[in-house]
Design a protein around this ligand. Structure first.
Ligand code: FAD
Length: 552
């Protein structure tokens, strides 16, 4: 299938040749971990001319970077912890991300209801948001607005009026964390980097007691492979301490993992007009965020010490979120059976004595081992660009052979065929609707494809409309072909979870077309019936994990 795209090929169909080529290279930088942190480092390093390789043990963004609240935000609540530096840095990064990839970073008005006994009173909320707007240099039209009770009800009629006092509204941005990660990795490859999913680092290579590469296993073929580099950086998120132990350098501070869960509801069950940042009953605050046909709500924040590779939403997580939700919104009681999907992720936070989970800092931390392994953990999705800048500055400083080029990501458009601005993106969605109206394209599909694939949406639709398949299947078939050729998809869940988000935001389409998805992948990769049936079992397991709630 041919696509008219400015993207370059990025496919596991050519995996063997690409791997063979990479093993023969001496890289300037190897990055372990294909979450947002690793992806951000890859594009920064590649733009500065470093010969860069990124390896990820599962799929790109399969760790925390597909499980966040998907907000590009400064984190209003961190002001209460007096984290002015963090709030300023991430607050300023919001506009940078919005400019650099408009179709993936959407302005989102956030309503904060002031309620009896809530975290913020009207004065403290107004003060905090004014500081927030100031730190983030928010433009005048997007600054905080205050509303009395009647105005608040008009804005958000489903808020429980018995406890509502007034509200304040401020501006944030919503993204798709997994797609942002994948787009950054694609951007890094356009600048000369290489990246592999399903390559796990098992150990390090050393020369004169200094790390000079990684010993890996290809999780698709099972073969061992080594890669060499002047510098290795671990951006392994919740797994950073494991790799520090492998490197015999786990001393001093370590990670403290906390689990955060989100639930997804059909929009009709919780029809919020805009995002709401509301009080739970335990002093924490949760988000309810509308997106397409659903509203998602989260998050919990509980200590976690179980299997990091299998983090699930349990009945006690659901109980917590539903209790908070049913208290704040005046809608027919929401029960576990109303939940259409869920996700659960781990925050890789830095340990601090005597602090509760919610009080732990969201700042990033860099560890440098005696054998010169650099590890970075903590931080926020929103701060990925600045974290990457600090790491690449450090890598260049520590390696005399590397040329000292300045960071240029602040002005760098991430998508190969980027929209100039948000207005151009919105106009494109309307154009798609008109252009494919004879094909029966719905406004939802136009929005979904443009917000997921940017300007590649048109190319995907041209392919789909030429197929002799029913429309929804044809779109799925064209998306899969695109994701296999240009986005390194290998397993069906790479597509239905981290490339398209259907697992969370359109689970009905997934349930309906799961067999077709497996068949389409089988044809592309020429799988025999045993492999296809294993992939089918795995895919249905993932589907069940997010739709059937387990006991705690
Ligand atoms: P990860 O995304 O976990 O990436 C690390 C990667 O390393 C993984 O993909 C893993 O498979 C790989 N890896 C591990 N070991 C190896 C190995 N041996 N070999 C190869 N690869 C390996 N931030 C925001 O800005 N906004 C939000 O709205 C927000 N909400 C959040 C909500 C929740 C519930 C959570 C948990 C976090 C939230 N965050 C948010 C924080 C943000 O999601 C994280 O800071 C960020 O995603 C961490 O990215 P990372 O790349 O460091 O880690």
């Amino acid at each position: 299938m041919m696509f008219q795209t400015k993207d370059i090929t990025f496919t596991n169909l050519a995996r063997a040749e690409r791997l063979a080529d990479s093993t023969a290279q001496l890289y300037d930088l190897i990055i372990i971990g294909g979450g947002i942190t690793g992806a951000g480092i890859a594009i920064d390093a590649a733009l500065r001319g470093l010969k860069t390789l990124l390896v990820e043990k599962n799929d790109f963004a399969s760790g925390t970077s597909s499980k966040s609240t998907k907000l590009i935000h400064g984190g209003l609540r961190y002001l209460k912890q007096l984290e002015f530096g963090l709030v300023k840095e991430t607050g300023l990064e919001r506009a940078v991300a919005h400019n650099n990839i408009p179709h993936l970073v959407h302005p989102e008005k956030m309503l904060l209801p002031i309620v009896e006994g809530g975290t913020f009173g009207k004065i403290s909320a107004s003060l905090a948001i004014s500081v927030y707007d100031l730190l983030a240099q928010v433009t005048s039209e997007d600054r905080m607005k205050s509303f009395d009770k009647e105005e608040s009800i008009a804005l958000e009629p489903i808020i429980n009026q018995d406890i509502l006092h007034s509200s304040v509204q401020y501006s944030e941005y919503r993204t798709d964390d997994a797609r942002l990660t994948v787009e950054l990795i694609k951007a890094s490859r356009r600048e000369g980097a290489e990246a592999f999913n399903y390559v796990e680092v098992e150990d390090f290579l050393y020369a004169a007691d200094r790390v000079c590469g990684v010993k890996c296993v290809d999780r698709i073929s099972g073969e061992s492979i080594n890669f060499s580099a002047r510098q290795v950086v671990s951006a392994a998120g919740p797994w950073v301490d494991e790799l520090r132990s492998t490197n015999n350098s786990k001393k001093g501070k370590g990670l403290q993992l906390t689990k955060g869960v989100h639930i997804v509801l059909d929009k009709e069950k919780l029809p919020v007009q805009s995002a709401v940042y509301f009080d739970a009953f335990d002093g924490r605050m949760l988000f309810a965020i509308p997106r397409g046909r659903v509203t998602y709500v989260g998050t919990s924040d509980t200590s976690y010490s179980r299997d990091k590779d299998n983090v699930l939403c349990t009945s006690s997580d659901v109980e917590y979120i539903l209790k908070a939700l049913n208290n704040m919104f005046n809608v027919p009681e929401i029960v576990p059976a109303d939940i259409v999907s869920t996700w659960a992720g781990l925050r890789p936070l830095i340990q601090e004595e005597g602090k509760s989970n919610s009080e732990l800092s969201r700042k990033d931390e860099i560890f440098i081992s005696d054998s010169d392994l650099i590890s970075i953990a903590g931080g926020k999705l929103t701060g990925f660009r600045k974290m990457a800048q600090r790491i690449v500055d450090l890598v260049i400083k520590r390696n005399d052979e590397l040329i000292e080029n300045k960071c240029i990501t602040e002005e760098h458009k991430i998508h190969a065929d980027s929209f100039l601005d948000y207005e151009a993106y919105e106009a494109y969605v309307s154009e798609l609707e008109v252009e494919f109206s004879d094909y029966g394209l719905s406004p939802y599909d136009a929005w979904y494809l443009a917000t997921t694939y940017g300007k590649n949406a048109r190319s995907i639709l041209i392919s789909a409309s030429a197929m002799k398949l029913e429309k929804e299947q044809a779109i799925i078939a064209a998306e899969i072909a695109f994701c296999i050729q240009y986005e390194s998809c290998y397993k069906p869940d790479d597509y239905f979870n981290r490339r398209s988000g259907r697992l969370y935001f359109d689970v009905t389409s997934l349930k309906k077309h799961m067999n077709f998805i497996i068949k389409t992948f089988s044809e592309h990769f020429n799988w025999d019936s045993e492999k296809a049936s294993n992939m089918s079992a795995l895919s249905n397991k993932y589907l069940e994990e997010v739709t059937v709630i387990k006991e705690a």
